[in-house]
Design a binder for this molecule. Structure first.
Ligand SMILES: [Zn+2]
Length: 406
């Protein structure tokens, strides 16, 4: 039996506004050739029953009817990207800047990014982060604008935010403004060498205050000292970590710090789109030289990370302009280039990511009681991880946003 899948925007079927989503009360049965449950289990002849936006049961068996017959395809939980910049885009002149745009124009680019991200099978993303995310998050949550479940840090803390006391006040303010987490810039950009910028005391103030308020912290850190400071300060997650050595990787493991390396898509995207970035901020020739030099370095760092038993790895891309809708490329790179087993890379991008967002009880797995976020891909990603590029079915919260399976 062969299935021929055509992936084209023309074939997209968007079902459901907020009203119909809420009204959907009947049980929906989805059958697929197999399912990966996001926690490492593989289920042949999968049958998933959904009702009221939640997964009711996940079983196996060939008999019975299906509301969505996806036999020939592989079912997975909706993918999660813990690090995107959902507002970033190429503007009217094709460059990676929103200069000269009206706020309405900028917001429409964000809406487009949300839509292509959801269509690519990512049902939850964390934006790190922009003030405009707040309105986008609300619009998506109303169920009218199609997009992934969105979390945002709104505004970051950096070395110029102020004294530890001023940083604590800043953290309280972003919480009051609706932030889901706090982003810290503890080191320079990788295009500027990545050395530590915030003092240890500033990092401690931000992460301790956030923790007290029930917010997670995401720390941009490239250099060993910045990774070490974030880890010792009890921050939730270190992102990038490109210069991490065995010492920092083991330290993160010992402290239970989540580690979100971004080793593939972000650099690929900058290099592919170099003319669109060059001349903006630190995107100069020297910066691009750092990017190119960083590629093998990050790959080796990641191989070391894979060897640290118990290190809590997650999957975030740092997607900017040009990378939206391509988040799966990071998973593919981790498997094809850096040698991570595909099953592990998928668990990182689903249940591990959900746990790192504090949403492990709601999303990130095919399991009874969780939100009905699930996707189907053409092929078996355990055998050919590029199947993740061929997302043919997307359901979020029980609503089908894409179905090109027929
Ligand atoms: Zn970022």
């Amino acid at each position: 039996m062969s299935t021929r899948i055509i992936i084209a925007p023309l074939f997209a079927i968007v079902v459901g506004t907020g009203a119909t989503a809420g009204a959907q009360t009947g049980a929906i049965t989805i059958r697929a050739a197999s399912a990966l449950d996001g926690r490492g289990r593989s289920i042949p002849d999968a049958a998933v029953v959904v009702q009221g936006g939640k997964i009711v049961s996940v079983g196996s068996g060939r008999a019975g009817t299906a509301t969505y017959d996806l036999r020939g395809l592989t079912l997975l939980p909706g993918l999660i990207d813990t690090h995107v910049h959902i507002d970033t885009h190429f503007g009217r002149d094709g460059r990676a800047t929103s200069e000269g745009e009206t706020p309405q124009q900028s917001m429409l680019y964000s809406v487009e990014n949300a839509w292509v991200t959801l269509r690519a099978g990512f049902t939850t993303v964390q934006s790190i982060g922009s003030p405009s995310d707040v309105d986008l998050r609300a619009a998506i949550a109303r169920g009218v604008v199609p997009g992934p479940r969105l979390l945002t840090s709104i505004r970051p803390v950096n070395e110029n935010t102020g004294t530890p006391d001023e940083i604590r006040a800043f953290v309280r303010k972003v919480k009051a403004d609706g932030a889901d987490l706090v982003k810290l810039f503890a080191s320079k950009s990788s295009r500027e060498g990545g050395t530590q910028t915030m003092t240890d005391a500033q990092i401690q103030a931000a992460c301790a205050e956030a923790k007290m308020l029930g917010l997670r912290t995401w720390v941009h850190a490239h250099s060993p000292s910045s990774i070490r400071a974030a880890t010792l300060a009890g921050c939730t997650t270190v992102t990038h970590g490109s210069q991490a050595t065995a010492t920092e990787l083991e330290l993160m493991q010992q402290h239970g710090t989540w580690f979100e390396p971004n080793i593939g898509l972000v650099s690929q995207n900058y290099l592919e789109n170099k003319p669109r970035y060059l001349g903006i901020g630190n995107f100069n020739e020297e910066g691009f030289a750092f990017t190119e030099k960083g590629i093998p370095m990050k790959r080796e760092m990641f191989k070391h990370a894979l060897a640290v038993r118990g290190l809590k790895l997650i999957m975030g891309t740092d997607a900017g302009a040009g990378a939206h809708g391509r988040s799966a490329e990071e998973i593919i790179y981790r498997v094809q280039v850096a040698g991570q087993p595909a099953g592990d890379a998928i668990v990182d991008a689903t249940s591990h990511n959900a746990m790192s967002l504090g949403l492990g009880e709601r999303i990130g797995a095919l399991a009874a009681g969780l939100d009905a976020d699930l996707i189907a891909v053409d092929g078996d990603p355990l055998k050919d991880v590029t199947a993740l590029r061929r997302v043919v079915f997307v359901m979020k919260g029980g609503v089908v946003y894409k179905n090109v399976a027929r």
